[in-house]
Design a protein around this ligand. Sequence first.
Ligand code: HEC
Length: 412
Amino acid sequence: MYEYAIAWDWLTFAVRWLHVITAIAWIGSSFYFVALDLGLKKHPALPPGAYGEEWQVHGGGFYHIQKYLVAPANMPSHLVWFKWESYVTWMSGFGMLCLVYYAGADLYMIDPAVLDVSKPVAIAISLASIAGGWIMYDLICKSPFGNDNTRLMVALYFILVAVAWGYTHLFTGRAAFLHLGAFTATIMSANVFFIIIPNQKIVVADLIADRKPDPKYGRIAKQRSTHNNYLTLPVLFLMLSNHYPLAFGTQFNWIIASLVFLMGVTIRHWFNTRHADAGKPTWTWIVTVILFIAIMWLSTVPKILTGEPVTKLSAIQQPFVEAQAFPKVRDTIMGRCSMCHAKEPSWEGIIAPPKGVVFETDRDIAAHAREIYLQAGRSHAMPPANASHITDEERRLLVSWYENAVNGEKTQ
Ligand code: HEC
């Protein structure tokens, strides 16, 4: 059923749209609150229990915000919570993981030259690593080791480096980066769900019951919220990295990912210091630029191929290669696409296969049949600006080849 390919594509669009919108809402509100928090001014006329205040102007009005460090003396009648931004970002992100990486595990997740596993095993590794990551992180934070914030952050950084290395030894480079992002983002969202919001609820329950809330709950939430703050920028890089094969598809991809985490810290540190009115730490930008140059340099080392390229076809791929039209399809792809979509592209200005999409073997073509159909058959997205002059007749050939193969028809 070719309708399935179209519906699937739009479904991934809808979930991705939701994911981006909720992520903007989540990151936007959390960056706002971090900046607000750092910029609070103390003065003697504040009401009892208030820690600091800030005046802001936005959209034609003035806002006067006061922060109560543990809690106000009485429960306000109306209280706004910030949690769904985070929860829906996680849920839609998990949806994307299922739609793109689990459903397309053969293509996007499993690289038999890295680890030859079946689809269910790859999915199990993915789920276990993401859930296990949160459990491990949470235990470390709660252990006595977590009492020293700096020591904790340094240890967590080295854990992330190990995880980056680990993922690149389990999955394709693209999936490895995405998983490192999902691993980190799950920790962030779980911090909100399991720690920050429940602690806040304990404080609210205390207020309602006229008990004095324990300040430790706020302190713990603040520690987790600080981690989230420093992890945000690297997660964004990792989530967008699939557009950049030079990041994920080169030999030292795991070192690149590790340096991205450091850049996240140096960039955030500049803003955090500025918002706290504590000077201008220009050195953070110098370090950021050095890290960025190091990343660019590392990305010039090509991936060393181990083992033979895989040519074995899966049951889903077989009909595309067995189709009568296949020889012509192959000629079309080789003639109109492979100048860019090759391990070593010959098209001027393209140095790595765009989005990691390579068309060299019959299996490559069969594995990407749906993408070929959507990008070059049904739509005119590929070749870009029709750079390689594909004809309408060739596009029709790609469409009928795909549709016939998925409908199980033997075109005679
Ligand atoms: C002139 C170079 C060039 C040619 C020729 C070309 N592509 Fe591409 N292709 C690109 C670039 C650049 C991208 C990445 C676009 C982006 O990042 O959004 C891309 C991306 C893709 C993707 C991934 C799209 C996605 O969003 O995941 C597919 C699939 C693809 N091309 C298929 C084809 C097919 C099929 C042909 C031949 C009919 C073709 N391309 C010809 C340059 C080319």
